[in-house]
Design a protein around this ligand. Structure first.
Ligand SMILES: Nc1nc2c(ncn2[C@@H]2O[C@H](COP(=O)(O)OP(=O)(O)OP(=O)(O)O)[C@@H](O)[C@H]2O)c(=O)[nH]1
Ligand SMILES: [Mg+2]
Length: 310
């Protein structure tokens, strides 16, 4: 996970021996940038910029990060060395991510019962497996959960969520294939309310942002179920296209937060930064593998520890 970014950052920041980092002055005569003991800070900033861009950090997010980094370094009176640059870069990235995660909610602290969560996203992003994993997480934290098999559109979807519900040991409300997804959600909420259960997790059929019928159906589920939270599930594997996907979705339907799946397959590492900066909605959970326990609440320091060696 994120190996390339980690490797590149480690190459940028470590192993410089006694090389000196100089302010943006011309290189002293006789000491070239390549051979000498002096490296210009501006060259280091360029290298960081290149590293971010190559690691799937969007252009806008990279510009923002480099701009903030320069401002911070410019304010430092003492001599700037490599570890100062690394620390400041870490702080800037933390700020960029945190700024967009301020409205994040800890699901274990919500009061309302049942708390209804609707999942949406395009085909194959990981909605159904994420619902299984989230049910596992909530159950392990003492919460009662019912799933709503509201993907009645794809053959096999009801079986898939049934298997997950059995595996986790939570209840599932399902109707027949091709039945009205909104009415399944309605029944699941009713079921949970009657039994004073904590959570209802509503699955939905994967839909392209462009498929009008499926989007209308989605809006109907939302109208009927009145979820307390709507989460968009995004696949980290598709790189920067997630931004466009999320923007197009938000024009059609309002959502409150994001789950980023398949981070274990994200070798480049920058998707979290691009998503935070580009979508400006909190990332609640991240999927980091195929097992039930591979869904974790998103934590910015967890991410920073993964991309910086020290
Ligand atoms: N490696 C990895 N695979 C994942 C992760 N999350 C989901 N997947 C895989 O992604 C594939 C698609 O997952 P689903 O949950 O069926 O996706 P979906 O969004 O419900 O798909 P549709 O119902 O067809 O729209 C499955 O093979 C999952 O195992 C993850 O965090 N890591
Ligand atoms: Mg599904």
């Amino acid at each position: 996970m994120f190996d390339k970014l980690k490797k590149k950052f480690s190459e940028v920041f470590s192993g410089h021996g006694d090389k000196e980092l100089q302010e943006d002055k011309p290189v002293t005569e006789g000491k070239t940038v390549e051979q000498g003991k002096i490296i210009r800070r501006i060259d280091l900033e360029d290298t960081i910029q290149e590293t971010l861009l190559e690691s799937d950090v969007s252009f806008d997010a990279t510009e923002d990060i480099i701009g903030q980094l320069k401002t911070r370094l410019g304010k430092i009176k003492r001599k700037v060395d490599y570890s100062t640059v690394q620390n400041e870069l870490k702080n800037v990235i933390r700020d960029v991510i945190t700024k967009n995660n301020l409205n994040s909610i800890n699901l274990l602290d919500v009061d309302k019962k049942p708390y209804v969560i609707l999942f949406l996203g395009i085909n194959g992003t990981g909605k159904t497996t994420t619902i299984g994993k989230l049910a596992f997480y909530l159950k392990n934290n003492g919460k009662s959960v019912v799933l709503s098999a509201s993907d009645t559109f794809r053959a096999g979807a009801i079986d898939q969520i049934n298997i997950l519900a059995d595996r986790v040991g939570v209840e599932l409300i399902k109707h027949d294939f091709r039945s009205d997804p909104a009415s399944v959600a309605f029944d699941a909420i009713d079921h949970a309310r009657a039994r004073k259960m904590d959570f209802v997790l509503i699955d939905s059929a994967g839909r392209m942002q462009t498929n009008k019928n499926l989007l209308d159906e989605m809006k109907k589920i939302k109208r009927v179920a009145k979820p307390d939270m709507t989460l968009l599930v995004l696949d980290a594997m598709i790189g920067q296209d997630v931004i466009e996907q999320a923007t197009t979705f938000s024009k059609e339907i309002n959502y409150d937060g994001i789950i980023v799946t398949k981070l274990d397959t994200d070798a480049k590492g920058g998707s979290i930064i691009s998503i935070s900066a580009g979508i400006k909605k909190p990332i609640l959970f991240v999927g980091i593998g195929q097992e039930m326990e591979d869904l974790i609440p998103f934590d910015v320091d967890w991410y920073l520890n993964k991309i910086f060696s020290s």
